[in-house]
Design a protein around this ligand. Sequence first.
Ligand SMILES: [Zn+2]
Length: 1013
Amino acid sequence: MIPPKIARANILRSLVLLLLLCLAASAALGDGETAPARDPKQPVDEAYTAKIHKYTTQPFFTSPLVDYLPASKNVPTPEVVLGDVAGAPGILPYAEDVYKYMRLLEKASPRVRVFSIGKTEEGREMIAVAVSSQENLKNLDENSAQLAKLADPRTIKLDDAEADRIVARSVPVYYITGTIHSPETGAPTALMELAYRLAVDESPYIREIREGMITLITPVVEVDGRDRMVDIYLWHLSHPKDFYPPLIYWGKYVAHDNNRDAMGMTLKLTENVLNTYVGWKAQVLHDLHESVPYLYDNTAGDGPFNAWVDPILTDEWEVMGWRNVSDMTKFGMPGVFTHGVFDTWSPGYLMFIAAMHNGISRLYETFGNGGADTLERTLEPEEYARTWYRQNPPLPKVMWSQRDNNNYEETGLLTSLHYFNENKQLFLKNFYLKAKRSITKPASEGPAAYIFPADDPRTDSQAELLHVLQKQAVEISRATAAFTVTLPAKKPAKPKKDAKEKDSKEKEALPAPTTREFPAGSYIVRMDQPYSRIADALLDYQYWSPEDPQKTPYDDTGWTFGELYGVQVTRITDPKVLNAPMERVKEIRAPGGVSGESTIYVINNNAEPSLATLRYKLRDASIEAAEEPFESAGKKFSRGSFLLRNVTRAQLNDAASELGLQAAPISAMPSVKTHPVRAARVAFVHTWLSTQAEGWWRIALDNLGIPYDYISTQTAAKTGDLNAKYDVILFPPVGFSSTTAIINGLPSGWGNPLPWKNTPETPNLVGNNDSTDDMRPGLGWEGVAHLKSFVEKGGVLLTATDTSQFALSIGLADGVSVGSAQKMKIVGSVVGTRLVDAASPIAYGYDEKLSAYCNNGPIFSLSSISGARNSRRLGAETHTRPTGRGTVDDPDFAIGRAGFEVPEEPKPEAWEAPPVTDEQMHNNFRVIPPANRARVIFRYADTKELLVSGLVEGGDEIAQHPAVVDVPTGSGHVVLFSINPVYRGETRGTYSLVLNTILNFDSLNAGRKLAEK
Ligand SMILES: [Zn+2]
């Protein structure tokens, strides 16, 4: 027998042991990690939980993490703002309501703080919500200072041991962003509820996340687009039987491409998210999208991977992605997978801000209904197919609700947060290591620096490109004295196979490294800085092999910013460059102003877009363009240089200083021919089909201060005399559109009108953009006639890519045809073009070589015969000599008669029209008179020089063909672009092709040489 006292103690001890065992059992899975389970002591919000169940369409579309809502006495649930639970059918909150809720949370809980992170183009606020323990939020500044040391290892002298100590005491930051794509509507409510759970839930699983890390949430990234989308949805609710208008505008400027701006940094939302990500020294940027059933974690995407990311990161993608799939598979949720069609080449995606700044980029595609309706959804066979990476695929046909979507989003995020927190020391150490490896780049893989030489004539575009790098948090230095670096030897040409013996002479002839001196004032982007990676990725060249197993690039394949900005950038591998005398610069401005006083001033033309800005800024000044190069006071000025009169020195100095233009006084007008440069009245035409591609043109013109009337094809159809109002009509690309669609618009055979205008239900639709009572009608034949008459009567119509095809297919310009590519693949690449007609005003300021953005053409060919399709290719084949005696170069030979002289065949270049033959001149009224023939300004480079960056396959089909053509039509001109000169804020170098057309609209024939016949 055991004495009672001891027995009681033993029993107590056993009870304690049992309790500990129970706790351990409930708190751990086999792997020692905390199980997802609610805290039994915390009451559940029963009413809210009942609705979660009600709106979830299948029991397996949820998880133990989100199938209940913990109750709180003082913290409000999303219901206070939504009037229902997150993900409820019919409920889509405006950004303002989401913010209202986040601020109620902040008020009620010391675990939530809301930060304003900037404004959108239309002035709406963007926010970031931090959720963590009260203690972590109290220590935000101290923690941020610690993370800053990991983010910039120079501050701890790259000391790994010190980094380990900082890692051990730091709290990481996981940044989640929602609804950048406005028709992907589920994230805001999921993130409202997620914030609530993270702040309130006492389950060990959630508590660990809260106490171990900071979750940072921007619930709405595209705020302008969100409000438009909610408008449309409300309109749909009040017109349930009608079709609702498609979301033609998201943000003020671009739609889906708002997730392609992380290179050019043109949009406010990109800048605000980047500043938040970098400012918080966050480790992860996780962006939420909705287009794939049911959760595609494209973190571990398909190849090729971006060549500038650290392999540490690509491993992190795999580790996190597959773990995420595993966790959700264990919950029994179907359709969760990673890997898939997304390649990780382009760094343009919002999430890639993290990949390029030493963090971890992640992206979810969940399944959305484009609104809050519950719908029966039917999938394509490839979507529900079981594949090696999708062992538990989605179902072919299901009822799907916004709540289902929210369940997936929240479950995915919570498991990710939990896994990240469990392994935060690893991820923080990786964060440090990736930053350290960015700093040691010059000594490891290189390069050591990129140099922007001070003697680049395009100082303003140079400054603009450096501003992009500054927005990317890249440090810029400036040489305080001239310095010299060694440039690597050019690769020797491959030795010929038959040259067996390499004698000593040949060895001597191998090219040696050269040196180059850069002047004082040159800008230097050092690669021994924490954010060297993004600078390297933007400034380097890209090569996408035609043999790559990835046959469908997800996005652009090339983007080299120096090339597309038209500025000189030199990649330097010589580490001595880092010892050049230099200082960090904060403010970068191109030098500008007036150097003296006169009544005449001259500004050299270097194809700087700011010249156009100047023209519109100095409305009263008289400006002429020199049609030939000239010299004045010992200085050389190129064609197109501005000669300014009727402007005071002070006025010109103000404007030129601001614009980075240098004006010089001259005593007399030069003797060269000149023509006036007028501030053309510009109409900018858009369709109601898509406004994305033209949005990039609009933002470029707005940023440059070029005024225009923004009109739709419908307005063009209603405006009888376009010449009375406009000198130039810009019709930028619609984006993969057809002539049929541009003319006919959207189908009108059934359904209601599709209004795009502000009404009490839709107060946000229009903003400062355009409106219509019905989006369906297109340009129509009336509009075609108006465009035709506009050009005939002297107007200038400028088109690019698909609108060029449109203009040609309806006969607005003669003598240009569009060929169809057989095997050509140029997928968003940088290609070489070559100047053909330097005397054309469109080419003013440009050099012989110009890089441009090209996405598969179109392929233009010229003809001097009206209405003819170019048949040059056929001709080349039939014009070869027939079978007969002699060699290939001998003329043919006939028995029994003397030989004859073969008339010489003129051999036109690929960009030229075949010369008109004598035969064609015999009463051939179809020959286009010389003055009306197309004039090629730029052509594509030869096949072997066509590829600058990206993918060019089958490039011979477009090589040497016209890239920019000016077709005189009636008294006016149609200027056709095969390249897209204005694209995603990346192509400043080709902007002036458009701006020159505008400024010289009434003198486009300047310098033109006509054919003799
Ligand atoms: Zn998306």
